[in-house]
Design a protein around this ligand. Structure first.
Ligand code: IMP
Ligand code: MG
Length: 180
């Protein structure tokens, strides 16, 4: 275990097993739809790579990178740093995200993608912090890997200050690891 990790919340094996189950769920719902799976960079990249290989049917890959506007009042708007490359009109789209917390970024992304005339749009989140939702956000994930408590987690794509994304498990940082 990494020296800065206090506790492993989800082991590699737990993650692997859950991804297999999610792959079956997605296959049931999208097996004949040639869905477009959109990876939200960077946090979802590890989940995405495992998830698409657990989906045993035709699908296409797209990538988006977004950044929340910094500021005291959140408008729920995001900046699109990288957009999808293909026309999504009439396509069945599934967003793969690392974690649904306040829901602000995904809500903005959904609004943006719906305006592209998709046939359907669903969210597949590796993690869900149900207690984190911001006031007024009603968005929920359609597929969830694991609901987790309101703690800051790293690994399996999730970072603290760009570190720890490459840990193969999901862990909680030691408090001293936050100190600069
Ligand atoms: P929100 O749902 O708009 O608040 O944004 C979720 C984003 O915040 C995720 O894509 C992560 O980048 C980040 N985030 C939220 N909770 C955590 C965490 O516990 N660890 C690492 N990143 C997190
Ligand atoms: Mg992040």
């Amino acid at each position: 275990m990494h020296k800065n990790i206090q506790e492993i919340l989800l082991s590699e094996e737990q993650i692997r097993n859950r991804i297999r189950e999610l792959g079956v769920e997605l296959l049931r719902d999208y097996g004949d739809k040639n869905p477009v799976f959109i990876c939200i960079l960077k946090g979802a990249v590890v989940f995405y790579a495992d998830m698409i290989r657990a989906f045993d049917a035709h699908c296409e890959m797209e990538f988006m990178q977004i950044s929340s506007y910094q500021g005291t009042q959140s408008t729920g708007s995001v900046m699109i740093l990288q957009d999808v490359k293909q026309d999504l009109a009439g396509r069945h789209v599934v967003i793969l995200e690392d974690i649904l917390d306040t829901g602000r970024s995904l809500q903005a992304v959904c609004k943006y993608l719906e305006a592209k005339g998709v046939a359907s749009l669903k969210i597949c989140a590796f993690l869900d912090k149900p207690e984190g939702r911001a006031p007024g956000i009603t968005l929920e994930a359609d597929y969830v890997g694991f609901p987790i408590p309101n703690a800051f987690v790293v690994g399996y794509g999730l970072d603290y200050d760009e570190a720890y994304r490459n840990l193969p498990y999901l862990g909680i940082l030691k408090p001293e690891a936050y100190a600069k």
